[in-house]
Design a protein around this ligand. Sequence first.
Ligand code: GDP
Ligand code: MG
Length: 173
Amino acid sequence: DIEIAIKVVIVGNGGVGKSSMIQRYCKGIFTKDYKKTIGVDFLERQIEIDGEDVRIMLWDTAGQERFRSITKSYYRNSVGVLLVYDITNYASFEHIPLWMMEAQRHIEPHRPVFALVGCKLDLVNAGGRREVSTEEAQTFAKEHGLHFVETSARNGVNVEEAFRMVTQEVYTR
Ligand code: GDP
Ligand code: MG
C-alpha cells in the first residue's frame, strides 16, 4: 500500500524541456517530436524512499507559461518545485527568479523544496553553445537555498537525481 503521495510541480519558460523531463522520468522515453504537453493532468511514478513506497505526482504546465496564466490550483498542495531552464538559453535562466517568486507566492505560507535544474546538457556535450555556466547557476542556487543539478532528458543524465533530491528532502523534513 502506498501511504505517501508527494506533489511536485515543474515550472520554467516554454521550450526548456519540462515535459521531456517528466516523460523521461515517468515513462523512460525521450521523443524528439513530443510537442504537446500532458495537459492539466499529471504523470506519476512510484519510488522507494528509506524503504517506504512513495508516489510522486508530477504536474506539467499545458503551455500556459507563455501567458503567465498558471493558476493557483496548479500549485495547490505541492511540496516540491523544479525550476527548469535550458543551459543553452540564457534568457530562460534569467526568468528563474520570477518563476521562483511566482511559485512561492502561490504555495504560501508553506515553503516548498526547490531544485534548480539546468536542462539539455547533451547539447553542450555534443559541442553546442553553453550560455549558462555551471558556476553561475551553482552560485544562484546556493544564495537561494536551492538544490541544483544539470540534466539531459534526451540521454537521461541526472533526471532521476533531480527528482530524488526534492522528494528525499520533502520526505525527511
Ligand atoms: P517544455 O515546453 O518546457 O515542456 O519543453 P519540451 O519538453 O516540450 O521540450 C522543448 C524542445 O526541447 C523539444 O523539441 C524537445 O525535444 C527538446 N528537448 C527537451 N529536453 C531536451 C534535452 O534534454 N536534450 C535535447 N537535445 N533536447 C531537448
Ligand atoms: Mg511542456
